[in-house]
Design a binder for this molecule. Structure first.
Ligand code: ADP
Ligand code: MG
Length: 447
């Protein structure tokens, strides 16, 4: 182990100079060399986020540093190591969402934090695992992991849940730290009130906190004075190394109406998106929510619900809650008939049925090619990628079988569809641009 540590120490010495401090602190400092086999160097990370990003962002610099330290042709391998799980987040003692019937008013909401939102009650899947991992790190080490942490995504996908979970966790585990959660709207109201009353407590409140969580930041855009005041609050906290966590509906660089300087401040730490939950994840959410309430839900009912409701998690909950309530009251299980019965009438407005053909057309359109080209046997890259993406979407959105997907995109051999699905599923984790493309197409499918 000594040789590994020594080498890692030397490599880190170089990287500290050659890569950005953010990448150094959040990626290099969270990883280590755990094995040396000849020219092969194994670098372990202990958190999914770090693991996914270190290779992407630091591989070439690490290779360079290894060359300076006696490795002529280093083969760097990055692995995810679960051994150090001792650092895993202490599970919150709060009940998971859905375990009580209390309304928000009845709950003890302190500093804007609702104890219903915990890490424990947050279901992780491919659409939110990176955001979850980053949130977990911030909660464990406020001001030391990522600052600011900016989480963005469409409505009902769990942004508020996640940023509130950070606040609740910090409050529970670092009781000395002062945590404030506010929405941009509440912040605006406080500012307006301050202008009216000149109440000096206003600045004290926001600038003397240890952790400031601000939700729905997009509402500040276009309100010049409020934004300026928030800008000053942000700077004042940041200079004192206080943790700032922000949620918004899109990446800071595309929030219209924000000044350039505000956009750059918001984006200077870690920005991560939460995207629409794919089919498997929707099933997991339904199962877990029923489980928490101790209600049995048949597999075909779970599948049916997950197929019907594709928009977002809030909507999924909106449908599920009355169904589960009914089962609870009548002491029955949720079967397909019951679920179907509960959904009739609402179906047409809330869910949209899409077909494999629509996926092909929209995907082809998005990439500027013809649907026939997508389904042709062409092997050129500008056609292969759209074909892979369309196949991927048929699987995640329609739960279509591989042979059917193969037929739809004009392939004879459906095993190639399995490999292309796996490829996209892997690439989507590392390639933010591909992830954005798939999200944009997915959103177009349901409008
Ligand atoms: P947003 O702020 O992105 O609009 P919310 O955080 O308000 O979304 O989430 C909407 C609802 O869905 C909340 O009740 C939340 O608890 C639930 N929810 C969202 N994501 C998850 C998840 N991954 N696991 C469990 N519940 C979730
Ligand atoms: Mg929200």
């Amino acid at each position: 182990m000594e040789a590994e540590q020594k080498l890692w120490g030397a490599v880190k010495g170089e990287l500290e100079i050659s890569i950005s401090p953010t990448n150094f602190n959040m990626l290099i400092n969270q990883s280590e060399i755990t094995e040396l086999n000849g020219e092969e160097v194994i670098i372990s990370s202990y958190n999914v986020f770090v693991h996914k990003n270190i290779e992407l962002k630091c591989k070439s610099e690490i290779t360079k540093a290894l060359k300076h330290n006696g490795y002529q042709n280093p083969v760097v391998r990055f692995v995810m190591n679960n051994k150090k799980k001792s650092t895993e987040i202490k599970r919150s003692r709060n009940k998971a969402p859905g375990t009580t019937d209390q309304t928000d008013d009845e709950l003890k909401i302190v500093g804007g934090l609702n104890p219903r939102y915990t890490f424990d009650g947050f279901i992780i899947g491919s659409s939110n695992d990176l955001a979850y991992a980053a949130a977990e790190r911030v909660a464990q080490q406020p001001s030391k992991a990522y600052n600011p942490l900016f989480i963005y995504g469409g409505v009902g996908l769990g942004k508020t849940h996640l940023v509130q979970a950070i606040g609740n966790h910090i409050r529970e585990n670092h009781p000395k730290l002062k945590v404030i959660y506010t929405t941009a709207e509440q912040f605006t109201n406080s500012y307006v009130n301050y202008i009216r009353t000149k109440d000096q407590n206003y600045h004290k409140k926001f600038r003397e906190t240890d952790v400031l969580i601000i939700d729905d930041i997009q509402f500040i855009a276009g309100k010049e004075k409020v934004e300026e005041d928030f800008f000053n609050t942000f700077n004042s906290l940041y200079l004192k190394n206080k943790q700032i966590v922000i949620a918004g509906d899109r990446h800071p660089s595309v929030i219209a109406g924000l000044t350039d300087r505000m956009q750059s401040r918001l984006g200077m730490g870690m920005t991560i998106d939460i995207t629409l939950p794919p089919y498997e994840m929707r099933m997991a959410i339904i199962q877990k929510k029923a489980e928490v309430k101790n209600i049995t839900i048949d597999q075909d009912a779970v599948e049916f619900l997950a197929e019907q409701i594709k928009t977002n998690i809030r909507e999924l909950e909106g449908f599920l809650t009355p169904i589960l309530a009914r089962c609870e009251i009548q002491n029955i299980k949720a079967d397909l008939d019951l679920v179907k019965g509960c959904l009739t009438g609402l179906k047409s407005t809330h869910t949209k049925h899409i077909t494999a053909r629509q996926i092909i057309t929209k995907t082809a359109g998005y990439y500027g090619i013809k649907p026939e080209e997508l389904c042709s046997s062409s092997r050129v890259k500008y056609i292969i990628t759209p074909r892979h993406v369309a196949s991927y979407l048929m699987r995640t959105e329609l739960n279509e079988s591989y042979p059917n997907i193969a037929k739809a995109v004009g392939r004879k051999d459906w095993t190639t569809i399995i490999s292309s699905f796996r490829k996209i599923d892997r690439d989507i984790k590392l390639d933010i641009s591909l992830r954005n493309q798939i999200n944009e197409i997915r959103e177009k499918l349901y409008v």
